[in-house]
Design a protein around this ligand. Structure first.
Ligand SMILES: Nc1nc2c(ncn2[C@H]2C[C@H](O)[C@@H](COP(=O)(O)OP(=O)(O)OP(=O)(O)O)O2)c(=O)[nH]1
Length: 218
């Protein structure tokens, strides 16, 4: 399943969180932001919406690349949405929206869905799927909500919360892969790579010969 040519992964996302997650897993992606207008896609189902957006992002970046004989080129697009109370929630519109959301979310649960679309530019194949993680929100106070919204963090992220930032204190637990909440599921990426006949170890760029410790990124 492994490959003899180098494998290049292009991350079709501006998300620093997604890039850091790949780097910590030994993968140094190139980043090409898709620029896709996410408002162009509407769907009744969160899983369909995030998958269609992930597909559009990956395709938009794929269309800007030319296959190379010297390497295997892959493009990964991702999109995350929160399914809560029968609604599909992306990033909050503004501070008031983030506040209202937390007043509704606290003490309750939602499901963070992340769509993944992997395109193999070299062989023109693709693999895609959605990873879903249930998130339980703590019953936080009005003061905590106000302080959190004032930091600006909730405004920049799908669902108005993070698991690996200030928002981590406001969760009581999750069921599923934490990477799905950040915006990219490594276990799912491993399965998608297998569908295009690659192993995730083919993408490791930070493992020193002899298997010494993976370089710890700053
Ligand atoms: N660090 C961190 N970021 C999160 C978390 N949850 C969501 N996010 C971020 C990752 C993405 O940047 C953003 C989700 O929005 P999208 O999936 O639409 O990606 P975004 O528009 O940011 O970039 P892209 O469209 O992929 O270029 O929220 C979290 O728990 N931790």
């Amino acid at each position: 399943m492994s490959t003899s040519v180098p494998v290049r992964l292009v991350l079709a996302s501006q998300s620093p969180a997604r890039r850091k997650l790949l780097q910590a897993a030994g993968i140094e992606p190139d980043v090409l932001v898709s620029g896709v207008d996410e408002s162009q896609v509407v769907s009744e189902r969160a899983e369909d919406l995030c998958l269609e957006l992930a597909r559009l992002k990956a395709q938009a970046v794929r269309d800007r690349l030319r296959p190379s004989r010297d390497e295997r080129t892959l493009v990964l697009g991702c999109d995350s949405v929160l399914a809560f109370d029968g609604e599909i929630l992306g990033k909050p519109d503004d501070a008031a929206d983030a506040t209202r959301r937390w007043q509704r979310m606290r003490g309750r649960s939602g499901v963070l869905h992340t769509g993944h679309s992997l395109i193999d530019v070299t062989y023109e194949s693709r693999a895609e799927a959605v990873a879903s993680t249930t998130v339980h929100f703590a019953d936080i106070s009005d003061e905590e909500i106000a302080a959190y919204v004032a930091t600006g963090e909730p405004l920049a992220v799908a669902g108005a919360f993070t698991i690996d930032g200030l928002g981590g204190a406001f969760l009581t637990g999750i069921e599923g892969d934490p990477g799905t909440v950040v915006g990219l599921s490594l276990p799912l990426l491993r399965r998608l790579l297998a569908e295009v006949e690659l192993s995730i170890v083919d993408l490791w760029t930070k493992v020193a010969p002899g298997g010494q410790e993976i370089e710890h990124l700053g």
